[in-house]
Design a protein around this ligand. Structure first.
Ligand SMILES: [Zn+2]
Ligand SMILES: [Zn+2]
Length: 358
């Protein structure tokens, strides 16, 4: 029977053999090739984010269609054997938001890796050899010749295209400040370069030196060590006093970058908030600055079809050295080690993107 890694408690992942469900006309089974790991995997694993246990984690799946119903094949335009990238969300496809294209805001949406094992057929996470593709799953075809650890970057890259371009409507020549050099910060650098942004600035902490160096390689104009330099002063200096047209905030937990984002934004600038802070209030937030500078404050959650497609086309073009992002890959059985590596809890390891290869 196929293997899945099941989270049974905080910091506990156990290998289990689970049966494959029968497939009807409207659904499918994915033979998982790879699953990306992000900060929310770390939070679920560590118990910071409450999830209904036991469950199979993994919401960034890449794989091949192992079995598919007739109607699903027609609807999705894929056949058995095709390689696909699977979106994280399972929208209802019936509500007003789904009907108007804003399916990332569907109130009835479900999310891969947050559905417990008890909900049939149980295979709702991609830390497994097989994933259940429900009738409302969203899949994108992707070049089967790409190495799996590169193809699986569709998820963070999709976020870069949506958060740094689609939401703030970034224009060629504009100055973009990206706060946080993690997977999604670096993906934002790549997306900004693709869109012809002018100056691209990236901030990070001293321990992020390797990520800031990578940001430079991927096209950032300048990087700023937020622990050694005054972010606001440095951004003003690098933009001739104007500030950034677009600010993308993708740091985890820290609230000071929100305050910095407002101070670094140009008059009439757009600030995209995508980093979650554990529901903390933001000390030092002065709303008058938003008013007086007429800043557009834009929340960002999730990725849309177009942004995923742009990310996939970019990966398939092989124009960007994405292998530099894919720093670590692990076999399925080492899922806990993979999560700890991404979290920076393994001594001597400096991870950017970690993937499980199945
Ligand atoms: Zn993720
Ligand atoms: Zn809906």
């Amino acid at each position: 029977m196929p293997l899945a890694m099941v989270q049974t408690a905080v910091e506990r992942l156990e290998p289990r053999e689970l049966p494959l469900p029968p497939i009807g006309d409207d659904d499918a089974l994915l033979r998982v090739e790879a699953c990306g790991i992000c900060g929310s995997d770390v939070e679920s694993f560590e118990g910071v984010l409450k999830v209904p246990l036991p469950l199979i984690p993994g919401h960034e799946p890449l794989g091949r269609i192992a079995a598919i119903g007739k109607r699903a094949a027609q609807r999705w335009g894929v056949a058995e054997g095709d390689r696909v990238a699977v979106e994280t969300l399972l929208p209802c496809n019936a509500c007003r938001r789904c009907r108007t294209g804003a399916y990332q805001l569907c109130a009835q949406r479900r999310v891969y890796s947050y559905i417990p094992l008890a909900v049939a057929p149980g295979l709702w996470g991609a830390y497994a050899e097989y994933l259940y593709l429900a009738p409302n799953a969203i899949v994108h075809k992707i070049d089967p010749a790409l190495p799996p650890e590169i193809a699986v970057l569709f998820n963070p890259l999709g976020a870069g295209f949506r958060w740094a371009l689609e939401i703030p409507k970034t224009q060629p020549g504009e100055t973009v400040l990206i706060l946080g050099p993690g997977q999604r910060g670096l993906a934002s650098v790549i997306a900004c370069r693709e869109a012809g942004a002018g100056t691209v600035l990236v901030t990070g902490l001293s321990r992020d030196a390797h990520k800031l160096a990578l940001a430079r390689e991927l096209g950032a104009t300048h990087v700023i060590d937020a622990e050694r330099e005054n972010v606001v002063a440095r951004v003003k200096e690098l933009t001739g006093g104007r500030g950034a047209d677009v600010v993308v905030e993708v740091t985890a937990v820290a609230t000071q970058p929100i305050v910095d984002a407002i101070d670094c934004a140009a008059l009439g600038g757009r600030v995209v908030l995508a980093g979650v802070k554990g529901m903390k209030p933001v000390p030092g937030f002065v709303s008058d600055k938003v008013v007086l500078k007429e800043i557009a404050l834009l929340g960002a959650i999730g990725v849309t079809w177009d942004a995923y497609e742009r990310a996939i086309r970019l990966i398939e073009s092989r124009r960007v050295p994405l292998e530099k992002l894919a720093t670590h890959a692990f076999p399925l059985a080492d899922a806990a080690h993979a999560i700890r590596t991404l979290a920076g809890r393994e001594a001597g390891e400096s991870a950017v993107c970690c993937a499980l290869l199945t």
